[in-house]
Design a protein. Structure first.
Length: 285
């Protein structure tokens, strides 16, 4: 860890890894303040190295949250999920007695987009007294741990992704088929590689997820389902994971290109309020 900090050339930045390969808590930085060039470069490299960064005691405003995210790229507006009033870039994620948590499936955010996100920055607003942790999985390790036989089967393969569960929710809310068709046209089902090459590190990562991947192109339905089930299960291997226990004013910043996450929904009927800002990414290859 000390060698990594020295390599980042920012004396005040300290990284405390949660596991050998994924997750590091970052201290020595105030996210309410603009980043200088050194801190920005250090954080970007740390994100590439650890896939998810955690920050404690960051009592920041919504504007500061947005400003921090913009240091890493353009921000996206989620077309389906509720946003914070007055802030279309800020996804408001609130669960309570009437709205139980539903993010308890391993996934990478918005892979139903043609250009899925680079990363997401999530801030804790209100937390249950216990529970509500988020787990993260290293998808480099998930790929590298596959057998040579499975690697050969998925080499060069692509899969279709879709926002299917959002479509179900829209119908439940009474949205017409004509309105839904407009979303279908705006977000046609993209075809992404089953194994993605990270655009910055050049490493290969498993890039299918149980929330949004539909089927592997060119395979019959049964074969695709069986193979995807095996690939999805890799994220659930503890050796590939870290787990983050939230506190008030905690922030997590994860690389959607190299990780998946799972929000434990074990706190119902308690309240859990989070706010997320997402950085636009590029088309996977």
């Amino acid at each position: 860890m000390n060698q990594l900090v020295r390599n980042l050339t920012v004396d005040s930045l300290t990284l405390s890894p949660l596991t050998p390969t994924i997750g590091a808590e970052v201290s020595g930085i105030d996210l309410a303040q603009p980043l200088d060039a050194g801190a920005k470069a250090a954080l970007r490299q740390a994100l590439l190295d650890w896939k998810v960064l955690f920050f404690r005691d960051q009592d920041i405003t919504t504007e500061q949250h947005i400003a921090f995210a913009r240091e890493f790229g353009e921000l996206e507006v989620h077309p389906f999920a509720p946003h914070k009033p007055g802030y279309p870039e800020v996804l408001a994620i609130t669960h309570n007695r009437e709205n139980k948590g539903k993010e308890n499936t391993w996934h990478s955010d918005v892979t139903w987009r043609l250009e899925p996100s680079l990363g997401s920055i999530l801030r804790a607003i209100e937390l249950p007294p216990v529970g509500g942790d988020t787990l993260f999985a290293d998808m480099y390790a998930a790929y590298e741990g596959l057998s040579d036989e499975v690697k050969a089967r998925i080499d060069g393969a692509t899969a279709i992704h879709d926002f299917a569960h959002f479509r179900v929710a829209m119908r439940k809310r009474g949205m017409s088929e004509e309105q839904i068709e407009e979303f279908n046209k705006a977000y046609p089902k993209p075809e992404h590689p089953v194994v993605r090459t990270h655009p910055e590190t050049g490493r290969k990562a498993l890039y299918v997820n149980a929330a949004f991947t539909q089927h592997i192109v060119g395979m019959d339905e049964d074969e695709s389902k069986a193979l995807l089930k095996h690939l999805y299960a890799q994220a659930a291997i503890p050796e590939y994971q870290c787990r983050f226990r939230w506190e008030p004013n905690s922030i997590a910043f994860w690389d959607n290109r190299a990780s998946q996450h799972y929000a434990a929904s074990d706190y119902w009927p308690a309240v859990r309020k989070m706010e997320r800002v997402t950085v636009v990414g590029d088309r996977p290859y």
